[in-house]
Design a protein around this ligand. Structure first.
Ligand code: SF4
Length: 481
């Protein structure tokens, strides 16, 4: 996982906004999944109220997380599974390594897990001499390329099939092709061999159900079933918040998740895992481990202003409609959680000052909230993060980010609350803008630090008459009639 660095963010974002191929791929995702999600929610029996119903389910669970987690742990243990509560990323990694050591694991096959990216598990496994193979096709592609995923659900969305063909030819020694079924068959052949000889499977989980003691993993590729049943031991990594209290809650969330994530009523494979193989069962692991990872989530839970972000079901839906994500892609965010959800979650878990650029980079347009299957109010939380950056906040150890920025906004506030001053300054700006270069009536370059705005687009000039002036003139004319 890349380190957070505002300069790197700017550099990568500036490069990505020029990347037409990236925009084409993300545009397809937006049209196919992003724009359809809300329509699909409405087709559910709960109709237009589906998002509110799911939000309420998540609110109840998160507000009672201690009890729900306790039930989940008891249920998993009752099925013969092991549960470990990891307070930090290091703790989670250490536990996985200890299990791997006990089983003398030489090869791990993995199902897609953003949480494993968060805790940097692959690096630790590789450092311990354990070969680690991603089995989700998109994850496999980015792993072969030595990159991080660029989308929560579609990790290799930034690649064309021609590029994948070249990559496979180089890394797998197969003949070049850009035919998707042939490429898929090539990956399947290479991965199957790894799966058949792996000692351990590690996957994420989409949600767990406390009532039944199972973890649900959805996929469209079937790799999860092999990862979770063929190796001798299976470890599921799960954020502490990703749990449903009852089967009924679980079903409500699952229906929303597949619609938001992939525009599907249900995914091709929905796997329920929760314990080791029973005596009468032909397959399944000898041991099953659930690692519940906190890694900063308890701190979020303790703050009523941000608790809502834990309602997230990691569907990636907000990415597919976000104009910022659509322009700069996932890698610019330097975190496995990109897009609007990443712009809130990453600063809260990795430091608000350290990740200030993420929450400041979003537009607050509100599209993410409108599509979110649990109606997560990300724009509210983004604004709150910005206000903490402006004023500082002891509870979150935030130092005021920029005194100059605070001064500018203070001055702006004075101008906006004094009519005469506002009128005088806009009259000045109206006169001054005549000196600026134009294109099709728009200003091409703004002076000084404002120039950043016009680096990538033109700026609309101030109208010859302000709205207030036109309104006053109209009112006067009407009274005269
Ligand atoms: S914030 Fe909402 S839309 Fe975004 S990933 Fe989470 S659940 Fe999905």
């Amino acid at each position: 996982m890349m380190e957070q660095n505002p300069l790197k963010y700017k550099e990568l974002a500036a490069k990505a906004v020029q990347d037409k191929q990236l925009h084409k791929a993300l545009g397809k995702m937006r049209d196919k999944v992003g724009r359809n999600a809300v329509k699909l929610y409405k087709e559910l029996p709960t109709g237009a109220g589906s998002r509110e119903a799911a939000k309420e389910v998540r609110r109840k669970i998160v507000d009672n997380l201690d009890v729900v987690l306790e039930t989940l742990i008891e249920s998993i243990r009752a099925r013969g599974g092991h549960v470990h509560l990891a307070e930090t990323d290091a703790d989670a990694v250490e536990y996985c390594l200890a299990v791997a050591k006990r089983f003398e694991v030489r090869r791990v096959v993995k199902g897609k897990s953003m949480l494993s990216e968060e805790i940097r598990l692959n690096d630790a496994l590789e450092a311990a001499g354990i070969e680690t193979v991603e089995t989700d096709l998109g994850e496999y592609i980015v792993q072969l390329k030595g990159e991080a995923p660029s989308h929560i659900i579609a990790p290799a969305i930034h690649y064309t099939r021609e590029q994948v063909g070249e990559l496979f030819a180089e890394k797998l020694g197969v003949p070049y092709t850009s035919d998707p079924p042939t490429l898929t068959a090539m990956a399947r052949k290479a991965l199957r061999e790894k799966m058949l000889t792996a000692d351990m499977g590690i996957s994420g989980g989409n949600t767990a159900c406390a009532e039944t003691g199972h973890v649900t993993i959805v996929s469209n590729e079937g790799n999860i079933r092999m990862t979770s049943t063929m190796p001798r031991v299976h470890i599921v990594l799960l954020g502490i918040e990703k749990v449903a209290a009852t089967l009924e809650d679980h079903d409500i969330l699952l229906r929303m998740l597949t619609r938001a994530a992939a525009g599907q009523k249900i995914s091709t494979y929905v796997s329920y895992v929760g314990g080791p193989r029973l005596d009468a069962e032909p397959d399944g692991p000898e041991e099953f481990h659930l690692v519940l990872v906190d890694n900063g989530r308890s701190r979020i839970l303790a703050d009523p202003d941000f608790r809502e972000v834990l309602h997230c079901v990691r569907c990636g839906g907000c990415l597919n409609v976000c104009p910022v994500y659509m322009s700069i892609g996932g890698h610019s965010y330097g975190s496995p959680y990109c897009g609007p959800i990443g712009a809130v979650f990453t600063p809260l878990t990795r430091g608000i000052n350290t990740c200030h650029h993420l929450c400041q980079g979003e537009t607050l347009c509100g599209a993410c909230k409108e599509v979110c299957p649990v109606d997560n109010d990300l724009p509210r939380m983004l604004s709150l993060l910005r206000s903490k950056l402006a004023d500082g906040d002891r509870r979150w150890n935030v130092k005021p980010h920029s005194r100059i920025e605070k001064l500018i906004f203070g001055a702006w506030s004075v101008v906006m609350s004094h009519r005469g001053l506002y009128d005088a300054l806009t009259a000045l700006a109206r006169a001054g803008q005549r000196l600026l270069p134009r294109r099709n009536g728009w200003i091409r370059h703004l002076p000084g630090p404002l120039g950043g705005w016009t680096r990538g687009r033109d700026f609309p000039p101030l109208a010859a008459k302000s709205f207030a002036q036109r309104w006053a003139r109209r009112s006067t004319a009407r009274r005269g009639e």
